[in-house]
Design a protein around this ligand. Structure first.
Ligand code: ZN
Length: 347
């Protein structure tokens, strides 16, 4: 790893490199941005660039320090996060971090502590971490990684130097993929689905079954109106298993609804699921805006319910039946829905 191997994020990289050169690293950082933008890679590069024996403000990848960091066994660079079986990040993890914080550096002048998915901290964990952020030992650098910054305590955010990571352009992602030998048309297809995230693009390019599963879900959605109860239950049962394996089902459903809304509003063919353009056109033109935005609301509510630990197969079953009912609303109901959009309008 080196700074140049992290795609995009020039602003964040420049800030960190300058602070490193000028010996004024913060004691606490907050790297925020969507999954796959390179938050962890940036945190580990900062640690490696700081601890590299060549002292060149960049990791060399060859010295013992760089090697240990890349193999995740440097005693002065530690990564914490929710335990594997848990969604939330509990007080036990923060206590373990605090025990480590109290120790002086083993091999280097600084110690780096990375906290992944920091937004998953329980209230107790967050309050405990706050104390460490108020009075960190001089030789430590804490780096919190978050996808949803709004879920962090404002008092935690205010004690960190925040660096926002930004999505990359579709062209940039396609070009990164092509440099790996991926043919242009496929690279462009993946770049469209990756939503600016090079990590997500890489995952889609490497795991064929992800695209197959995605297409299966989209095919089902495109024909949802014709599906019977048994077909819906059996699909949900299968997808609940995928969901448990971290398959981004809710994200796919949400992107599908957004594509329908984009097409309905603008007739733009620049939709994410471009390979389903015909289906998107058919559904978007036979539905009204109110129906489509209601579909998106249902998906967002399902995401909230799953976050609140309601059983995912139950939530998904209810969601698909509700989506089907919405799509089946007959023309009279569609007109009524349309009328309700304009109620209260001065026009
Ligand atoms: Zn090195």
């Amino acid at each position: 790893m080196s700074w140049s191997k992290i795609p995009g994020q020039e602003f964040a990289k420049n800030v960190l490199q300058n602070q490193l050169r000028e010996e004024r690293l913060s004691h606490a950082y907050l790297f925020s941005g969507a999954k796959g933008l390179g938050k962890k890679a940036l945190a580990l590069e900062l640690a490696a660039a700081s601890l590299c024996s060549r002292e060149n403000f960049e990791s060399c990848g060859r010295c013992l320090n760089c090697q240990k960091i890349s193999h995740d066994n440097h005693p002065d660079v530690q990564v914490f996060g929710p335990a594997e079986s848990k969604k939330s990040l509990g007080i036990d993890v923060i206590r373990e971090l605090q025990r480590e914080l109290a120790l002086k550096p083993f091999e280097a002048g600084r110690r780096f502590f990375v906290i992944e998915k920091a937004e998953e901290m329980t209230a107790q964990a967050a309050n405990s971490l706050l104390k460490s952020l108020e009075d960190p030992p001089a030789y430590t650098v804490l780096i919190l990684l978050v996808s949803e910054e709004s879920r962090l305590l404002p008092t935690i955010i205010s004690r960190c130097q925040q660096l926002n990571l930004h999505p990359l352009s579709r062209e940039k992602i396609a070009s990164l993929l092509q440099k790996q030998g991926i043919r242009p048309q496929f690279a462009s297809h993946i770049a469209r689905l990756a939503a600016g995230s090079p990590g997500r693009a890489q995952e889609l390019a490497e795991k064929e079954e992800l695209l197959e599963r995605r297409n299966e879900v989209l095919n089902f959605l495109a024909g949802l109106e014709q599906k019977n109860d048994i077909e819906i239950f059996s699909a949900v049962s299968k997808w609940s298993d995928w969901f448990a394996e971290d398959f981004p089902l809710i994200q796919i459903l949400s992107e599908w609804c957004r594509d329908l809304i984009v097409y309905s509003c603008s007739r733009s063919e620049d939709v994410r699921n471009h390979n389903f353009l015909q289906d998107i056109e058919a559904i978007a033109t036979s539905s009204n805006f109110d129906q489509l935005s209601r579909m998106l609301e249902l998906v967002e509510k399902a995401a909230d319910d799953i976050d609140a630990n309601v059983m995912s197969d139950l939530v998904l079953s209810v969601l698909f039946f509700e989506l089907k009912t919405l799509m089946e609303a007959d023309e009279t109901e569609k007109v009524d829905l349309q009328a309700s959009v304009y109620q209260g309008s001065d026009l």
